[in-house]
Design a protein around this ligand. Structure first.
Ligand SMILES: NC(=O)c1ccc[n+]([C@@H]2O[C@H](COP(=O)([O-])OP(=O)(O)OC[C@H]3O[C@@H](n4cnc5c(N)ncnc54)[C@H](O)[C@@H]3O)[C@@H](O)[C@H]2O)c1
Ligand SMILES: O=P(O)(O)OC[C@H]1O[C@H](O[C@H]2[C@H](O)[C@@H](O)[C@@H](O)O[C@@H]2CO)[C@H](O)[C@@H](O)[C@@H]1O
Ligand SMILES: [Mn+2]
Length: 440
């Protein structure tokens, strides 16, 4: 069986160790000859890379491993680019979340003004990686999950329309895992779903088991009481995520015939979100205090001891969707997966040039979207507004347009007025002076 070469773009990511462990656990179906890391922060990457070097030496000494900040070394002779960069890293995520809250508006990583600010930083970073891939390994595929996926996907549609890049998200994966548990199944892979929307802005319309039995009634009975919290009472995990999964109950109430992506709470209940936010301590702080600290302290311990058992790195099981996607491309499996793709009529009454998140069959030539048909007025209205925001952000980046970015923030369902939008924009411009193009 062919062995593949993968470069992880964003090697210093907190998700890299879990993804490496997941890749090692999937060698049977996705054998590797080489893994490379690439990052523009060599010091950050070195900590993760040196720990992963120990793990790879223990578990897969035959896989060639290297890490670099040199694009030519990183992107030469690769079959897949797995991209998860965060331009500006967590300090900028913290500003994305805190600046809107200063103005009484939702502060979130990928939603609202925070997501727009993040998008203005990510576009250039992701396009640069696409160009490196095409320069040094023109036959490679890029599996991108750098956020904000919706804006990045629109930017790649518009600016790199012929590039071999697939934009993906793991939120539906995480929610489907909970749905499967609620339905009494062992795995989400026993479910066959129909879903549509934008990234972080979608709905399930059908969920069946492998025999075609409708699982919606059973899941609906649970969600109506508990949201996506699988069992009542104490939950594991982090409080903010637990609150998000529980809040799905109220988001679901807006259309009980479907199940919502959890991110819709930021657009449908922005008042609730702001009222429950701490402007001095947001999700970025939680992640820096927990995931980032845990991953980097584990990596340091592994490096120090020279053995993986010295750390507590965990396999990122749910990231196996990345291998599902890579094997679908590599072996033409026609796997059925949610991807962010050009609509082109799949949703028959929606903008054909919108990037929509819908089920696709994936093979060696890429994704083949399944048809969705007409969507209802409620979802159509919400999606039309949101996709216009996302398109305006990309136009603002291309044209370096202050006006279009102001329009984008004003149009977001999370923002109450053009004056509040302008105040937020002016603060974001100052905060992002090292990252955004200079707006005129
Ligand atoms: N699509 C999804 O559903 C999904 C799920 C989880 C995480 N993510 C995304 O994955 C990314 C990584 O998340 P994280 O929390 O580990 O972030 P992180 O800050 O820990 O790691 C990101 C890495 O990217 C590097 N980087 C930044 N700009 C770069 C550039 N221009 N070129 C090369 N490297 C660059 C940073 O130096 C850093 O090492 C984020 O964009 C996050 O939103 C997406
Ligand atoms: O606040 P974070 O950084 O913990 O998470 C933000 C990301 O949330 C989603 O990814 C989740 C995933 O959906 C969930 O099941 C679990 O595995 O954790 C992931 C990362 O925390 C979302 O899809 C991403 O786009 C966000 O970046
Ligand atoms: Mn996502």
């Amino acid at each position: 069986m062919k062995k593949f070469s993968v470069v992880v773009a964003g090697g210093g990511s907190t998700f890299t160790p879990g993804i490496v462990l997941m890749l090692l656990a999937n060698q049977e179906r996705f054998p590797l000859r080489a893994i490379k890391f690439y990052d523009n922060d060599g010091a950050r990457q070195e900590i993760v890379a040196e720990a992963c070097k120990v793990i790879l030496k223990e578990q897969a000494p035959d896989i060639e491993f290297s890490y670099t900040t040199d694009p030519k070394a990183a992107f030469t002779d690769v079959d897949f680019v797995m991209a998860h960069i965060r331009v500006g890293k967590y300090p900028m995520r913290e500003k994305d979340e805190k600046i809107p809250l200063r103005h009484g508006v939702v502060g979130q990583e990928t939603c609202g003004p925070g997501g727009i600010a993040y998008g203005m930083r990510s576009i250039g970073g992701v396009l640069e990686i696409v160009d490196y891939m095409e320069k040094y390994s023109p036959n490679a595929w890029m599996l991108n999950y750098s956020n904000p996926a919706a804006i990045v996907a629109e930017a790649t549609r518009r600016l790199r329309p012929h590039s071999k890049i697939l934009n993906i998200c793991d939120m539906p994966i995480g929610i489907e895992g909970r749905m499967a548990e609620i339905a009494g199944l062992k795995s989400r892979k026993e479910m066959r779903v129909r879903y549509y929307g934008l990234n972080h802005f979608g709905w399930w319309t059908s969920i069946e088991d492998a025999h075609g039995n409708d699982l919606m009634p059973k899941i609906r009975e649970h969600v109506a009481k508990y949201g996506y919290v699988p069992h009542t009472g104490e939950q594991g995990g982090e409080a903010s995520w637990n609150d998000t999964f529980a809040k799905a109950k109220d988001v679901w109430a807006l259309d009980p015939s479907t199940f919502p992506n959890t991110y819709l709470k930021y657009y449908l209940y922005p008042d609730y979100v702001v009222a429950h936010a701490n402007p001095q301590h947001t999700r970025a702080n939680e992640v820096m205090e927990h995931r980032e600290k845990h991953v980097f302290s584990s990596c340091a311990a592994i490096i120090e001891a020279g053995k993986s058992s010295a750390g507590e790195l965990e396999i990122d099981e749910h990231a196996s969707y990345i291998v599902d996607l890579a094997t679908a491309i590599a072996f033409n499996t026609q796997a059925r997966m949610l991807l962010i793709v050009p609509n082109e009529g799949a949703i028959s009454n929606f903008d054909p040039q919108a990037m929509v998140e819908i089920p696709c069959l994936v093979g060696s030539s890429g994704p083949e979207p399944l048809t969705v048909g007409k969507i209802p007025l409620f979802q159509h209205g919400l999606m039309s507004q949101q996709v216009a925001v996302e398109k305006l952000v990309v136009e603002a980046w291309v044209e370096k347009s202050y006006l279009k970015l102001w329009q984008a923030i004003t149009l977001s369902k999370t923002v109450p007025s053009a004056s509040v939008a302008k105040a937020i924009l002016d603060d974001l411009i100052v905060a992002n002076k090292d990252y955004w193009p200079e707006l005129k």
